[in-house]
Write a protein that binds this ligand. Structure first.
Ligand SMILES: Nc1nc2c(ncn2[C@@H]2O[C@H](COP(=O)(O)OP(=O)(O)OP(=O)(O)O)[C@@H](O)[C@H]2O)c(=O)[nH]1
Ligand SMILES: [Mg+2]
Length: 449
């Protein structure tokens, strides 16, 4: 290969810094859009050095047409790429065939493997690591099953026992999957208990949801007070107040919960992994428990990047709604973020065009802080109603600790001391009011109106 026209330096091993990829996509009709796969490739650390698209029906052997694969090979040579990233669901057989046409050592990666690669690189909590492992195993399982049944069928003298070997690989994958599931379930149970405990303490749970890169983490930092409430020993990088949000897909993988600054309500805000379209079910299911904090919230803020085109916004809103509506019960407030990037009049046009999928959105800029005060008001008004109560308590030590308990769990409007009594006017969640009443009834002598 010496002195080849392409000038490929065969001595240079590609390092992490030199991951050069060609992105390719086939669509049945219309024209293929490579924007998202390019962003995903960048998120995984690739330099995108070439692009290739095709509009045609699927070729069983090569996914693309055979001539297109030859074109791909030339492009790979010319750009000195060491990976081809295909934004389609490429079967194992097709992957093998495409690879066979490319210069040696060039990897063929599909959309799902790429997303898994990103998740694998970013998984920095036990839970995220388990989820990535689970997704990888679930990706491997059908391939191992196919191999085992193929080996069994082809078993012939000289190949004896291979089928058995493949079957044990398959069993091993199944055993690992069930072990990981058990561990994830116990983590989810702990998280659920913690959510309940927080609710009992009078907190309203608000979750940020939305497509990846919408600006959820940036908005979280805007809304959050300084204190980090996640007792989790594992620190999440998003907790770092000095950390800059990156213009990258899937910057957040784990869940982060922080206290939000609101006028009256004690709100705990949870940021989590972003949505993306066209994920296979095994990948979505592996990350399902990550979204529990969204499904179990009292209110969901659905964040969307309003600087994108109306069509892109609509598609992402629909994807997000599909993901949410399956299991979510909380009210949803749509947040149009990044309004600092809009031209005059653009916001009104987009509001009108999207009123069907996003009724009455709140427009904000997480970056500049514009509209954030309005968002806080909106959050407070959308949260389940609080109840009003007036309690008159004696001036005993027990009563004083109840007074401070009410301060911690609700919003005290007025606290008047007279003679040997204190009158407390407050608002709180119905469950908190009920508990305050029963605590007060246990104090002697007290009277409640
Ligand atoms: N101009 C502008 N940029 C913003 C705004 N909000 C966020 N961004 C930028 O958008 C990019 C993504 O922001 P993130 O907050 O990381 O988005 P995310 O929704 O948490 O993304 P994932 O964690 O990947 O799901 C970053 O480059 C931010 O700086 C905004 O209001 N205006
Ligand atoms: Mg994020």
């Amino acid at each position: 290969m010496t002195g080849s026209a392409e000038g490929v330096d065969i001595d240079a091993e590609p390092t992490a810094a030199e991951r050069r990829a060609v992105v390719a996509k086939r669509v049945e009709s219309g024209s293929a859009d490579l924007t998202e796969i390019t962003q995903l490739a960048a998120a995984a650390g690739y330099d995108v050095v070439g692009e290739l698209t095709q509009t045609r029906t699927e070729d069983a052997a090569f996914m693309f047409g055979k001539g297109k694969v030859a074109e791909l090979r030339d492009l790979v040579r010319r750009t000195e790429a060491n990976a081809v990233i295909v934004d389609n669901d490429v079967g194992p057989y097709q992957t093998f065939n495409i690879g066979g046409e490319l210069p040696e050592g060039v990897e063929v990666i599909d959309r799902f493997t790429l997303i898994l690669e990103i998740f694998g690189q970013r998984a920095n909590t036990r839970k995220a690591q388990l989820q990535v492992e689970l997704a990888e195993l679930r990706y491997e399982l059908p391939r191992a099953e196919a191999k085992a049944s193929l080996a069994k069928r082809d078993e012939r003298p000289g190949f004896m026992g291979l089928g058995e070997y493949d079957e044990s690989v398959e069993r091993d994958i199944k055993r690992q999957i069930s072990e990981i599931r058990d561990e994830l379930e116990s983590i989810a149970a702990k998280e659920e208990a913690r959510r309940e405990q927080r609710r009992d303490s009078g907190f309203d749970l608000v979750a940020l949801a939305g497509y990846t890169n919408a600006g959820k983490s940036t908005l979280m930092r805007r809304l959050a007070a300084e204190i980090d409430v996640d007792e989790n020993a594992e620190r999440h990088p998003d907790l770092d107040t000095t950390a800059e949000s990156q213009d990258m897909l899937f910057t957040t993988l784990g869940t982060t919960t922080r206290r939000a600054e609101m006028e009256k309500r004690d709100v705990l805000l949870t940021d989590t992994v972003g949505f993306i379209a066209d994920l296979p079910h095994w990948l979505v299911e592996s990350f399902e428990s990550t979204l529990d904090s969204v499904y179990r919230a009292d209110l969901v803020l659905l964040v969307v990047d309003a600087s994108e085109s109306v069509e892109a916004m609509r598609e992402k809103l629909v994807t997000s709604h599909d993901t949410l509506y399956e299991r979510n019960e909380a009210p949803i407030v749509t947040v149009f973020n990044k309004v600092d990037r809009l031209a005059p009049g653009e916001l009104a046009d987009k509001r009108a065009a999207l009123s069907g999928v996003a009724p009455d959105p709140v427009a904000v800029s997480a970056k500049t802080g514009a509209g954030v005060a309005e968002l806080r008001d909106r959050v407070e008004s959308e949260l389940p109603e609080w109840e009003r109560e007036r309690l008159v308590l004696p001036l005993s030590d027990d009563a004083m600790s109840l007074v401070s308990w009410i301060h911690d769990h609700g919003h005290v409007e007025e606290e008047t001391y007279a003679d040997d009594q204190v009158a407390l006017d407050f608002e709180a969640k119905p469950s908190i009011v009920a508990r305050a009443r029963s605590k007060a009834a246990g104090l002697a002598p007290a009277e409640s109106t």
